[in-house]
Design a protein around this ligand. Structure first.
Ligand SMILES: Cc1cc2nc3c(=O)[nH]c(=O)nc-3n(C[C@H](O)[C@H](O)[C@H](O)COP(=O)(O)OP(=O)(O)OC[C@H]3O[C@@H](n4cnc5c(N)ncnc54)[C@H](O)[C@@H]3O)c2cc1C
Length: 323
């Protein structure tokens, strides 16, 4: 911890990042769950991000990228090393018929900017929690469309710290799969900004569509409790959505400690108050084991497990630090 502090203070003499130590991750995740990160650093600009990443690599300090925290479960023991938060990179601008947004900009803000400019194509993502970087990394999908459908270009920093540009090509982008995930062609890459290629639209119709989808999320209880959206991916081979499978297994309303399967949707698990990561992970494992035992279906978690789960005896997170 002392080493982390020393290195970060040395790196940040120009104040290009906001830095906090022993930062509770429960304050940075929509689950409102997670122990403290050794350090949390939020660069104030893309240049600051590049400089921070280069220095962390040089010093051999592990780091974890965090956007809006809307798709992650952080262990109760927190995160070792540095959480690099993108929230300070939040610019959004219109360029012709495109919207260019930095990684930390909220997706909902990008949708509103597109509406302001009467540029159509992103209405489906209205009210989707989280940042542009997280949505691109996850290829976030809703109402039959996904981020990759609208992406014109992504700027990113590769594992070696080099700035890169990618024009997304079909094949590498699929249902909840992107080249930025572990094992992908750009695995370990950090998304800096994205250009969304849109078309001129009719403002009133766009606004009506966005309002309808937002209302649908509200009706489905998405914002009733702290949560991270769907816990498991859907899998066509199973013949029905995961929520339906978990309903058949009687999981709706099931509780372990403060972790609860939403009474409104069996694939959304919520923090009903005071849930720990251990509660949530135990409930997730229970659902997974039940589906395997009853149907032979191995449900794949959609949410990313970050940080230290060892005390609870769970396997390590699947989204643990790069160094
Ligand atoms: C109420 C609710 C409803 C939801 N509904 C949906 C839905 O309909 N469809 C859907 O797909 N998702 C849904 N989600 C999940 C979530 O909104 C999306 O996955 C979102 O895209 C996550 O973005 P984020 O910025 O919060 O990512 P985070 O949770 O911060 O991070 C997710 C992953 O992306 C990585 N990451 C983040 N930023 C970067 C970056 N700049 N470069 C590289 N890696 C990065 C992180 O390291 C992590 O592995 C929902 C969540 C909630 C809370």
């Amino acid at each position: 911890m002392d080493r982390v502090r020393k290195i970060l203070e040395k790196i940040n003499t120009d104040g290009s990042c906001e830095i906090r130590f022993a930062e509770p991750m429960s304050e940075h995740t929509t689950f409102r769950i997670g122990g403290a990160a050794d350090a949390w650093a939020a660069p104030r600009s893309a240049e600051g991000l590049g400089k921070l990443l280069a220095a962390l690599k040089r010093e051999g300090l592990p780091f974890t990228i965090l956007g809006g925290g809307a798709n992650v479960l952080v262990g109760d023991l927190g995160i070792r090393g540095v959480v690099v938060a993108t929230e300070g990179l939040a610019s959004i601008r219109t360029e012709g018929s495109s919207i260019v947004a930095e990684a930390g900009a909220l997706v909902d803000g990008v949708c509103r900017a597109a509406l302001e400019s009467a540029l159509s194509g992103l209405e489906f993502a209205s009210a989707l929690p989280g940042s542009v970087g997280g949505a691109v990394f996850m290829n976030a999908r809703c109402y039959g469309r996904e981020m990759a459908d609208m992406l014109g270009e992504v700027t990113w920093i590769d594992r070696a710290g080099m700035p890169r540009t990618m024009i997304p090509v079909r094949g590498e982008w699929a249902y909840k799969r992107t080249p930025f995930m572990p094992g992908g062609a750009a695995g370990g890459g950090i998304i800096v900004s994205a250009r969304f290629a849109l078309i001129p639209g009719e403002k009133a119709a766009m606004e009506a569509e966005m309002g309808k989808l937002r209302a649908d999320r509200v009706a489905k209880g998405h914002f009733d409790w702290p949560c991270a959206g769907s816990v498991f991916k859907n899998d066509r081979r199973f013949g029905r959505p995961t929520g339906k499978i978990l309903d058949e297994l009687g999981f709706r309303g099931k509780r372990i400690g403060g972790a609860l399967v939403s009474p409104k949707h069996a694939n959304i698990f919520v923090n009903s108050g005071g849930a720990t990561a251990a509660d949530m992970r135990t409930l997730i494992d229970a659902a997974r084991n039940a589906a395997l035992a009853a149907f032979g279906f191995d449900l794949e978690p959609e949410i990313v497990f970050l940080g230290d789960f060892r005390q609870e005896g769970f396997a390590a997170g699947n989204g643990n630090p790069e160094s």
